[in-house]
Design a binder for this molecule. Structure first.
Ligand SMILES: *Cc1c(COP(=O)(O)O)cnc(C)c1O
Length: 225
């Protein structure tokens, strides 16, 4: 079990480097976040000891003991964000990738302890405009991004999306929309450096389309418990 996790990790990292080269990305352009939801401490420790330091968690209660165990890691909240959970999230994570309203951004800003570094945030985009899905619609992203600049305890870093899965092919057009949106915001002067897209089954296509941060779970840890 443990040897296969390390082997999987090496394979994923080799693939990321290979795709960077293949798709004319700069070496090191694409960072790896390990999506560790529902994964045991034992499994997380294996990759941590190999030097992996960026983790994403979806559920606050599950995340807190993990953050306490590995406080030096960079913890990203990637789950759906409820307003009654923003305070502990603002206090324990260094990134929140699932901000999708001005109200949530304001709560995170107000609840971020003032002595901490600003909280890094990404705006989550509902790129396929699905009903009942977290994220803002693509046409509202620029406005919200500009509004977020006034928050001194937040550092707007980029955009995140979880495209609707397609059968047997990567969600290329969703990735393309995200990349265009991200470029547009940068052209408007927003200092973004993060485009968070790509998971176990589609990170090649995401890297081809400009992702700077892939979020990988099952391809490394195996199926979730
Ligand atoms: C679970 C999860 C991932 C990782 O998914 P895999 O398919 O296991 O790689 C990535 N991003 C988010 C937001 C997730 O919830």
């Amino acid at each position: 079990m443990t040897t296969s996790i390390i082997k999987n990790l090496m394979t994923v990292k080799e693939r990321i480097s290979f795709y960077e080269n293949q798709y004319q990305r700069k070496p090191g352009d694409v960072r790896l976040l390990l999506a560790s939801k529902n994964q045991s401490f034992e499994k997380i420790n294996k990759v941590y000891e190999k030097g992996e330091k960026i983790f994403g968690e979806n559920y606050l209660q599950e995340a807190l003991p993990k953050i306490e165990r590995w406080p030096e890691a960079e913890w990203h909240f990637i789950g759906s964000l409820q307003s009654n959970k923003t305070k502990p999230i603002a206090e324990h994570f260094s990134w929140v990738q699932s901000v999708d309203s001005l109200a949530l951004a304001k709560r995170l800003n107000d609840q971020r302890p003032s002595l901490f570094h600003p909280l890094n945030i990404c705006l989550q985009v509902n790129v396929d405009e699905e009903d009942n899905k977290s994220g803002i619609h693509p046409e509202d992203v620029l406005t919200l991004a500009k509004q977020c600049l006034i928050f001194s305890s937040l550092n707007l870093r980029g955009l995140m999306a979880i495209p609707k899965p397609l059968e047997n092919k990567p969600p290329l057009s969703a990735f393309r929309i995200m990349y265009e949106l991200w470029k547009l915001l940068r052209k408007e002067g927003l200092p973004l450096d993060t485009l968070s897209m790509g998971m176990s089954d589609d990170f090649e296509a995401a890297i081809a389309m400009g992702s700077t941060l892939v979020r990988i779970g099952s391809a490394i840890f195996g199926p979730r418990n």
